[in-house]
Structure formats: C-alpha cells, structure tokens
Design a protein around this ligand. Structure first.
Ligand code: SF4
Length: 376
C-alpha cells in the first residue's frame, strides 16, 4: 500500500485533478478549453482518461480529488464510479465534482456520494434569469434551490456556487439579488469571478470588436464590474462567508482544500486534456484539446506535452499572495524581492504584519499588476 505523500516539510498531502472538458453547450462567456464534442470523442476520451489514471505510478495517497472541465456532471454514475475507483486514498478528505445546474437528479446525487464525492461546485453564474438569458445557461434560481436540496438529501452538504460579476445587463440591484440567494441557500463556499474579456470566449471577442451580439453592448463597464465585486466582498463577509482568496469565499471550515494546494504550491497530479501537474519541483501540462489528448493516448504516447522546472521563489509570491492571509517570505526572499516589496508597499498595494506579506484591498483589485512585479 503506498503511503500518503509528504513532499513538504509541513506534511501537506497531494491532490488529483481530473479534466472532463465536455459540455452540453458552449456558454458565451466561457474561455476554457471546453465545449461540445461528438459522442464518439467523449467515449474515446473516457477510455484514454481511465488508461492514464490506471497507468499512473501512485507513490502516495491523494487527500483531495477535483473533477473539473467542462461539465463532469454529465458523466453517468457508472462512468464516474469506474473513474474514481482508479484513484487510491478513498475516503478522500475532499472530492469535488463541477456540475451544471439543471441536470442534478436524486439518482445522480446518490451516485456521486456512492462514488466518494463529498463536494459539488455549481456553475450558477447568476440567479437572475434575465442575466442568464442568451449565455447558454438554462437554469433558474428555483432550480438551483431545488438541486441544493437534492444534494443535501444525498448527504452532500458541502457545495460551492460560482458567480460572475459583469454579465450583460447586470446592475448593482440585480447583483444583490444573486447575493441574497447565497444567503437563502446558506452556501458554504462561493467563488466570484470578474468577467474576463478576451478572444477565447464569444462574448469577450464580441466586446473587443465593439459588437452587440451575446449582449456585448450591455456588459457593465470595468469600474462597474469592480463595484459589483466589492459589493460581493462586503455582502458575503456580512453573511459569514469570508474572503480567503481573491475570488474565493467560505464559511469556517469550508475552504476548498484542493484549490488551496494550487496557491500553497503543494503537489497535485492532473489527468486528461489540458490538465496540469506539479510534483513540488516540475510542472507538467497535458495536450490541450480532447482530440490531441485522445490521439496521443491511442498512439501509446504520453499525454504530457510540456515540462518545465517550477520557479518556486516567484511562484510563492504570485500564487501565495492570492490568499488573504498572504505569505511568510523567508529571510532570503525578503532580500531577493526587497525592491518590488518596497515599491508595492509604498504604493499601498501590499502590507506587512507579523512577518506576513499580503495584498491590501486595493492590491487585490490590481493584483495582476502586483504579480507582474515579481516576475523577473
Ligand atoms: S461555463 Fe462551464 S458549462 Fe459553460 S462552456 Fe464553460 S465549462 Fe462548459
């Protein structure tokens, strides 16, 4: 029997990420490498995924598992059980599945619990139907509420709700409506993302070219999106759902143990298309598209297409500073990064307290600029 991994002197344990990039529709705001693919490719992908997990030389027992994508909630109960049976270490401290609201049935929730899942991340994005209209999402607030009840009935008390600040037509008033649903549902964990405007989503591309499709002309201005984010930070705090990372909020004891590994530079193994792995020293990335991933696996090749040594000193600042608690630089790191720390502290973007370094509230809003300063 392999032992639990103790790659770090503080005894942290490893995580497993499984990518399932298949969706029923491509949402207009989504810039992930996910989408609608043929049923045939989905079947070949599942075979490849099982082969990759089965072939993995487990030298440790994972503490957390995260099924993301994509929409892994599309997997049948049997397919999910077969996949998770390849991951040792059950019962995991945390095993999350990402789910699209509107597809959760009591049978599905029971199958997830039976397969070892104990946390569900719901891609709600908004509780306001007028905001969801045209994004590709078909659920309503009532559907989400019913499905949260189904999860609880199946014994899955721990769930996350994703929200996006900046959807077309969103206003502070409609945003508050979504936030009130979090209170009504007693959400243990909430992720708030600001709409990303880039070429990788249909909505982003439309905004960039000044068009009006997908509601692009009704997307709030950048400063309005920042205001929505700040409203969320304050409202969630008042509900007892405290910010612990730039985009993540939780009630006591409900922080995402898996995602914390990314920010704390703890090891994890990734399986599937575009999955990343980190063993404490080297970062690896699998083939990006499901087609390329499947073809490599079917040819008997390794799915990994890139392998780079981690830049641990810089990454500690770039990833660790995302956490509200910040980081505790070593004496050497204080010296190495003395110049950016002084500059950013002077600018009111970083603060120090009891040997820790963390972003100020203004620093959170300008975090990308802060992180740039730590990249040599
Ligand atoms: S937002 Fe989620 S469900 Fe929509 S396309 Fe992206 S991954 Fe799929």
């Amino acid at each position: 029997m392999p032992e639990r991994c103790r790659c770090w002197d503080n005894g942290n344990l490893a995580g497993v990420y499984i990518s399932f990039p298949f969706c029923s529709q491509k949402c207009t705001f989504c810039n992930f490498a996910s989408g609608v693919f043929s049923r045939g490719l989905e079947e070949r992908y599942l075979r490849a995924l099982r082969a990759e997990a089965a072939r993995f030389a487990w030298k440790w027992l994972p503490e957390t598992v995260y099924l993301g994508g994509g929409t892994p909630s599309r997997l049948s109960g049997d397919d999910l059980a077969e996949l998770l049976a390849l991951v040792p270490g059950r019962p995991w401290r945390e095993a999350t599945i990402e789910a699209a609201p509107g597809s959760i049935t009591p049978e599905k929730a029971r199958a997830w619990a039976a397969a070892g899942v104990n946390r569900v991340s719901l891609g709600v994005q908004s509780f306001v139907s007028a905001e969801l209209a045209g994004t590709g999402r078909k659920h309503t607030a009532e559907v989400v509420a019913r499905e949260v009840g189904i999860l609880r009935d199946a014994g899955i008390e721990n769930f996350n709700i994703d929200l996006i600040a900046g959807l077309p037509g969103q206003t502070p008033a409609s945003w508050r409506e979504s936030l009130e649903w979090l209170q009504r549902l007693a959400a243990p964990h909430v992720s708030v993302y600001m709409l990303e405007v880039d070429e990788d989503s249909r909505l982003g591309a439309e905004i960039l070219k000044g068009g009006a499709r997908y509601g692009a002309a009704r997307v709030p201005a950048e400063d309005e999106i920042v205001e929505l984010y700040e409203i969320a930070v304050d409202r969630l705090e008042a509900m007892g759902v405290s910010q612990y990372e730039i985009s993540n909020f939780a009630r006591p004891g409900r922080r995402s143990l898996h995602n914390l590994k990314y920010w704390k530079l703890e090891p994890y193994a990734g399986f599937g298309a575009d999955a990343h792995s980190f063993d404490g020293a080297v970062r690896r990335q699998n083939a990006e598209t499901p087609e390329e991933y499947v073809e490599r696996m079917e040819r008997g090749e390794a799915p990994c297409i890139a392998e780079t040594p981690a830049r641990l000193a810089e990454e500690k600042f770039i990833l660790g500073l995302r956490l509200r608690e910040g980081i505790r630089p070593s004496p050497e790191e204080w010296l190495t990064f003395a110049a950016p720390i002084a500059r950013l502290t002077e600018a009111g973007l970083l603060e120090t307290a009891d040997g820790a370094l963390r972003l100020t509230r203004r620093g959170i809003l300008l975090s990308n600029e802060v992180f740039q300063d730590f990249i040599s």
